[in-house]
Ligand binder design. Structure first.
Ligand code: NAD
Length: 277
């Protein structure tokens, strides 16, 4: 549909079932891309425990599902906070597929939420390191490769409604996602001369693994049961529902394609009208 046949796409944080990254992988595979499924793979300390991250086994399952759609797919573990691992991710992609055309910075931590006056420095660092520094490192090394290729490229940052509005208990998350839009704009301006377009997508609530954790957290904080809390989100939304992972994958496929060839530096809301600035 979007003529992405043969394009090489890396999707970070895409090794978790029910996640936005998984949906993006499957959609880009269906569009004919060659795809790199990347995620942490292994739990790391208290902040990156098994319940929150995409494991190596899940990465392989998602890669296999994308192969069934007919795509060439590799799975590469990468901690986006570590520059050497990011360099390895790009190198393995180029070794397997010869290029990097599309980078989706999807890896994110949205479960370290605390009252602001009690916010731990370690939580702040973990969130900023993944959501913002990770996107910086991946964009830097992907852009280097895209510049070497001289064929342009598309970098898509999965930001959030929290990139435009404030949320309680989420100082680090909100700051990181606002920062990600800043990175998007700066990179769009600087990399445009290489025909590299840089855009962000800003979803509202989606009940992924991360979204489920947030529903539990906020319903408890607001003294509501889980379903009442979710129903409140639906009722506030002009289109009367929460987001679906496919909504984001649709926007990513469009932004990755030549149909969006004159769009760069945007932070596109995909929120059913809940966010509109
Ligand atoms: N679900 C929502 O409501 C929602 C709303 C707005 C934005 N988002 C954003 O969408 C993106 C995907 O979130 P999701 O809801 O699909 O959750 P998810 O938990 O399924 O995906 C996040 C992924 O990031 C990975 N990750 C965490 N730390 C990493 C690291 N150091 N290196 C590499 N990967 C790492 C996790 O392993 C996980 O697979 C995130 O950036 C999130 O902030 C989600």
């Amino acid at each position: 549909m979007y003529q992405l046949q043969g394009k090489v796409a890396i999707v970070t944080g895409s090794g978790r079932h029910k996640g936005i990254g998984e949906a993006i992988v499957l959609r880009l595979a269906a569009e004919g891309c060659r795809v790199v499924v990347s995620d942490l793979g292994q739990p790391k300390g208290e902040e990156f425990s098994a319940e929150h991250i995409g494991t190596t086994a899940e990465m392989e399952e998602i890669a296999e599902a994308a192969r069934r759609v007919g795509a060439q797919v590799i799975a590469v573990p990468c901690d986006v906070r570590i520059e050497a691992q990011v360099e390895n991710l790009i190198a393995q992609t180029v070794e397997a597929f010869g290029a990097v055309d599309i980078l989706v910075n999807n890896a994110g931590v949205g479960y370290l939420m605390e009252p602001f006056v009690e916010f731990k420095e370690s939580s702040w660092d973990a969130v900023l390191d993944v959501n913002l520094k990770g996107a910086f490192l991946c964009s830097k090394h992907a852009a280097r490769q895209m510049i070497r290729q001289s064929t342009g490229g598309s970098i898509i940052n999965i930001a959030s409604q929290a990139a435009k509005s404030g949320f309680p208990y989420a100082a680090a998350y909100t700051a990181s996602k606002h920062g990600l839009v800043g990175l998007t704009r700066s990179n769009a301006v600087e990399l445009g001369r290489y025909k590299i377009r840089v855009n962000a997508v800003c979803p509202n609530h989606i009940t992924t693994g991360l979204g489920h954790w947030q529903n539990q957290f906020f319903s408890e904080k607001f003294g509501l049961d889980y379903e009442t809390y979710l129903q409140g989100i639906r009722e506030r939304n002009p289109l009367g529902r929460t987001g679906m992972v496919e909504d984001i994958a649709n926007a990513v496929a469009f932004l990755a394609s030549d149909q969006a060839s004159y769009i760069t530096g945007e932070a596109m809301n995909v929120s059913g009208g809940e966010e509109y600035h």
